[in-house]
Ligand binder design. Structure first.
Ligand SMILES: [Ca+2]
Length: 213
């Protein structure tokens, strides 16, 4: 699929998703005030996914962890997305969960540092990549084989004054790493409806896309 065709189908998808996704009313969540969309499905049908990951295997605002902020498509798999960043994000974090193609996947993700109070590196970007574990990829007519990823920053993790958030900055960090390696990309391209603007919880609700050949 060429770049123009991809842009056209993505725009179509933005309209169709209003029909295919279900919007839950935002309740005074335990931890997050989010508009939680279940089961986002791209134009053309195929495999669907929730637009956040969760801290446990429960699809609820109370257990929302981080917004999906990156879509890797074309011929993507979970290992093919992680491999290029193995030198810059060689560490792993805690297990989180995502609802993908009607089942749970789990991932520790990849991050820059162990997160055991590295005072010299307060900013520690972390990405988790999801697809059904039996295939490590999903499929859509226009995207081809795709996986989804959530991003955030672990700030001063393990030290005093730690906090977690800034999904948008983490998305940009990961995107730059792929751009620097020559991958084709579309910044903030796909609307997923998972914007947040609450203290350190920052997302513009638009996922960037990277083509994995
Ligand atoms: Ca974004």
């Amino acid at each position: 699929m060429n770049r123009l065709a991809h842009r056209i189908v993505t725009c179509l998808g933005m309209a169709v998703v209003l029909v295919t996704a279900g919007l839950l009313s935002a309740t005074p969540a335990q931890a997050r005030d989010v508009n939680l969309w279940f089961n986002h499905q791209f134009y053309g049908g195929g495999d669907a996914f929730d637009t956040y990951d969760y801290s446990q295997k429960t699809r609820s605002e109370d257990y929302v962890d981080w917004p999906v902020s990156l879509i890797f498509f074309n011929n993507a798999t979970v290992p093919k997305v992680k491999a290029p960043l193995s030198s810059v994000m060689p560490h792993t974090g805690s297990l989180k969960y995502a609802w993908v193609r009607g089942s749970w996947d789990q991932d520790r993700g990849i991050k820059q540092y162990p997160g055991q109070c590295e005072e010299w590196a307060p900013v520690n970007y972390h990405m988790r990549v999801y697809a059904p574990s039996n295939t490590d990829r999903m499929y859509n007519t226009y995207y081809g084989y795709f996986v989804v990823a959530t991003t955030h920053m672990d700030y001063r993790e393990g030290c005093s004054g730690q906090w977690f958030g800034e999904s948008e900055a983490a998305e940009d960090f990961v995107l730059r790493e792929f751009v620097n390696r020559g991958y084709h990309y579309w910044s903030d391209w796909t609307y997923l409806g998972n914007a947040e603007n609450n203290g350190h919880l920052q997302s513009n609700g638009r996922a960037s896309e990277v083509s994995i050949p």
